[in-house]
Write a protein that binds this ligand. Structure first.
Ligand code: AMP
Ligand code: GLY
Length: 452
């Protein structure tokens, strides 16, 4: 099969590397891709939200499958446009992508179908919103733009002043354009967060290995919110009991709710969960693979990803046995100094080999470009240095050893990725986390130990 992947970050790099392991993948293309992806897939300069451009490219290349990875083209209807031209696709149609595209839609869906989430109210008038937060008088107040806002549309206001400012800049100042003309104000929840990506064809839902993101820019969860500064998988807070409760109260009800609404979801549905003292609740849905969750989840996948994607398109996911390797995976993001605010581009990256890799790790390129044989920084998040090991500690040690080998001016990375998970793991079921006494020998002999 000839496969075109739409997007150009670390997530797409991880998807492409996994697709490339399939003997069904004859040729992989990517648009727009990046410097590191170019070593694995032929890249084109059609933008990820250029629907007509991507359809034309898919036709020119005569591809058999198009994987639409980022949220914005999905919300804009790229899948619908590709299917209208007869292409096999991976990624939900516009009607289903709204589960991420509109917070109001997702909150109303959860309320209507009794799916556990934070209590909320919707506002289009700043006066009414301000009156409401003043009446509630409980902080932090959680204020969310309705639409897509590059992961920056959630404000946790610590006091009345911050809440009023956030409401005014979103609704009146159109901080995120039309995305913030409607806002949601919701109850503040507490507890560890878990990301669960899932494969679904609308009939079957198969949760992937759980993971934990680290969204704040600085150590100890300080600093600004980012797209994600690092991830580990599996997530020790996602025990088998929690997983069972999520399947019963969240995953299946969501798939069924989308069917009932005539918005069958086909693709990767991402459940952003919080394990609150009252049980797991949905913080957000995403209509796509997470970034950088994908970088730690897909390396653990043992089943052919092309087979899974084709089965989803043909609504026969139930026929596929999706298998995961035992062990852990960790990803440390190296970002440009200044990210998530302004940062320079074009700085030379040293330490990478000609394919943009280093020994002992997988390096997923998020924002790089290749010029005259040199890798240069070209985005806020630059690289995701990723490693697998039998234990979480082993994976983290390998990933951080990898980070030490790579440098560029003012590179910034968190030093504490996985620390919270490591502490939690001390109390968790070792099998769930992937460790078993005889595993090292088994893996030595057989290459991989499958998760039961
Ligand atoms: P989101 O962009 O929806 O993932 O939100 C960004 C982050 O804000 C989440 O990862 C949570 O840490 C936090 N957050 C969102 N909603 C809530 C909530 N209702 N209570 C507490 N924290 C929240
Ligand atoms: N890492 C969070 C996301 O992909 O939305």
């Amino acid at each position: 099969m000839k496969i075109l992947v739409v997007g150009g970050g670390g997530r797409e790099h991880a998807i492409i590397k996994k697709l490339a392991q399939s003997d069904k993948a004859e040729k992989i293309y990517c648009t727009p891709g990046n410097g590191g992806i170019a070593a694995y897939a032929e890249c084109f300069d059609v933008g990820a939200t250029d629907i007509d451009g991507v359809v034309a490219l898919a036709k020119k290349l005569a591809v058999d499958l198009v994987v639409v990875a980022p949220d914005d083209p999905l919300v804009l209807g790229m899948t619908d446009a590709l299917q209208a031209e007869g292409f096999m696709t991976f990624g939900p149609k516009k009607a289903a992508a709204v589960i991420e595209g509109s917070k109001v839609f997702s909150k109303e869906l959860m309320k209507k179908y009794n799916i556990p989430t934070a209590k909320y109210e919707v506002f289009t008038s700043s006066e009414e919103a301000i009156k409401y937060v003043k009446e509630q008088n409980t902080y932090p107040a959680v204020i969310k733009a309705d639409g897509l806002a590059l992961g920056k549309g959630v404000i946790l206001a610590q006091n009345e002043e911050e809440a009023v400012e956030a409401i005014k800049s979103m609704i009146d100042g159109r901080q995120f354009g039309d995305s913030s003309s409607t806002i949601v104000i919701e109850e503040y929840l507490t507890g560890p967060e878990v990301s669960v990506l899932s494969f679904t064809d609308g009939k079957t839902v198969v949760p992937m290995l759980s993971s934990m993101d680290h969204k704040r820019a600085l150590d100890n969860d300080e600093g600004l919110n980012t797209g994600g500064m690092g991830t580990v998988a599996p997530n020790p807070y996602y025990t088998d009991d929690v997983a069972g409760e999520c399947m019963e109260k969240i995953f299946l009800p969501t798939i069924n709710a989308m069917n009932k609404e005539g918005r069958t979801f086909e693709g990767c549905l991402y459940f952003g969960l919080m394990i609150t003292p009252k049980g797991p609740k949905v913080i957000e849905y995403n209509c796509r693979f997470g970034d950088p969750e994908t970088q730690v989840v897909l390396p653990m996948l043992q089943t052919d990803l092309v087979d899974i994607m084709v089965a989803i398109y043909e609504h026969r996911l139930s026929e596929i046995d999706v298998e995961w390797a035992m062990g852990s995976c960790a990803c440390v993001i190296m970002a440009s100094g200044g990210y998530p605010l302004s940062y320079p581009k074009g700085l030379e990256i040293s330490g990478l080999d000609s394919k943009g890799q280093i020994d002992g790790c997988e390096v997923y390129h998020a924002g790089t470009k290749l010029a005259d044989g040199k890798y240069l920084t070209n985005g806020g998040r630059v690289l995701g240095v990723t490693a697998k090991a039998i234990t979480l500690k082993g994976a983290l040690d390998k990933a951080y050893a990898g980070v030490e080998k790579i440098s560029f001016e003012n590179a910034h990375y968190r030093k504490d990725i996985g620390q919270r998970a490591l502490k939690a793991a001390e109390n968790a079921d070792p099998l769930h986390l992937g460790y078993k006494d005889d595993m090292e020998d088994y893996i030595e002999e057989n290459g991989v130990y499958l998760r039961q």
